[in-house]
Design a protein around this ligand. Sequence first.
Ligand code: PHE
Length: 434
Amino acid sequence: MENKRPVWTSKYAFIVTAVGSAVGLGNIWRFPYVMGQNGGAIFLAVYILLISTICFIPLMNELYIGKLTKKECVGAYESINPKFKFLGILNPVTGILIAAFYFIVGGWIINYICKSFVNAQIVDYGEYFSSFIQLPFHPCVLTLVFLFICIFFAARGLKNGIEKANKFLMPLLAVILVFLVIVSLNLPNASAGLEYMFKPDFSKLNSHMVLAALGQAFFTLSIGMGALLTYGSYIEEDKNLTKSVYTIILSDTAFALLAGIMIFPAVFSFGLQPDSGAGLVFVTLPKIFSQIPCGNWVSFAFFVLLFSAAVTSGISVVEGPCATIIEQFKISRIKACTFLFILISVIAVPATLSFGLLSNIKIFDKSIFDFLDFLTSNIMLPMNALFLCLISGWYLKLKGKDIIKNKLFSVCFDVGLKYIVPFALICLMIAGLK
Ligand code: PHE
């Protein structure tokens, strides 16, 4: 059976969906806590510098290779050289492994939406969170519900599922975010949080922090798992891909900044610590919500925001492997999605249980969840991005002047693609291995 390849219905649809992929838990959950652990404002300055320069290149590269080959990951690599097929396969594999841990957090979010809705009274949020994630049944079911939602949109196809979900959820996300920023800025002593975010402390500048900023920038832009390559392959014509790429980077950064402006003033206003790590949004923030007027509704809005961000990214995580299965095995989208649902569940369920029932199973001294996060974020994403840059720069000899109008930009692109970005990615992988 021959499936006709889908194409974007408009440029807006492409951009909003690519921004939807970029803006996710990485912006709202990960960015504030990584920033909190790495010194606040100085981290932000380095992050903005890196995301607007070094990260532009692999992002442009991935979208362009998709647009050029008009194939999903495996087909795209294969059409460049059949010997590269194996490298192509690593992309959907990364996607499936990311899905298996990213969607667990999606399940936690659904739980918090329900708890806020029924205005559940929780005494100790730290205790509640750690005992909830250890439960054998609830988190698994919610992970599968979250997985089902993302797969459902992918199964409906590009126009009726993926585009529609993004066109609805992304504006919703923006509206809720602005509302919560206003709530947060009106809390007493909110300025302390802003000062923390925007007043740089140069003593915190070190190589570890620069690598954390680089890693965060790559993760948040969804570089290195073929989602963008697949989205790029649905572009029929884009006369100014540079502009589209900058729109994606700018929007993603704006969402991350607003997430910081929403979180830090609230955290400082209540005298809490900004560097509490992954528990920041599941422990620290609910504690704050419980102390403000109409807190359960603010909490509800916050977790719906987090949910929207996670779903739009989750859709992109499944679309890469989904397109590969459809085109490589020539099966229908529905069949491919059903298969993917089963495959991801088989990995995600043990990963969900790794906080409780299966906590004694260790891979390289890490729980299954931590191992999947480590393997994908620290190794596979930078590695896939590295291979694609090397293929484009050294094998295809891709030239900036063929894709970028501005002369200076195109020269920077050439040097970056061949030398700077591969070097940065190798540093990131070495640092990530530690
Ligand atoms: N960019 C997404 C986020 O910020 C996460 C993601 C990573 C999605 C890699 C797809 C691929 O949450």
